[in-house]
Ligand binder design. Structure first.
Ligand SMILES: [Zn+2]
Length: 74
């Protein structure tokens, strides 16, 4: 899923040397070759799963709407 709120890129070895090597949300380590997503609102990198979850909670302005209350925190 693409989103204007994120910059998606493949985690090359060079990239992983420059950025935080773990997901800013679940703290999973990124693997080389994995697609990672830079969250331009929070200035952190996210893994695919967390990016998708965050995307669902974001409105058109890339703001996380916390008052959804529909069990999205699973
Ligand atoms: Zn994650």
């Amino acid at each position: 899923m693409g989103s204007v709120c994120f910059v998606s890129q493949v985690a090359t070895k060079e990239l992983l040397l420059r950025v935080s090597r773990v997901c800013g949300e679940c703290y999973e380590s990124f693997k080389e070759g994995e697609v990672i997503h830079y969250d331009m609102q929070s200035y952190r990198y996210l893994c695919q799963g967390c990016q998708e979850k965050l995307c669902e909670k974001m409105n058109a302005l890339c703001e996380v709407e916390e008052e959804v209350g529909e069990g999205l925190f699973r």
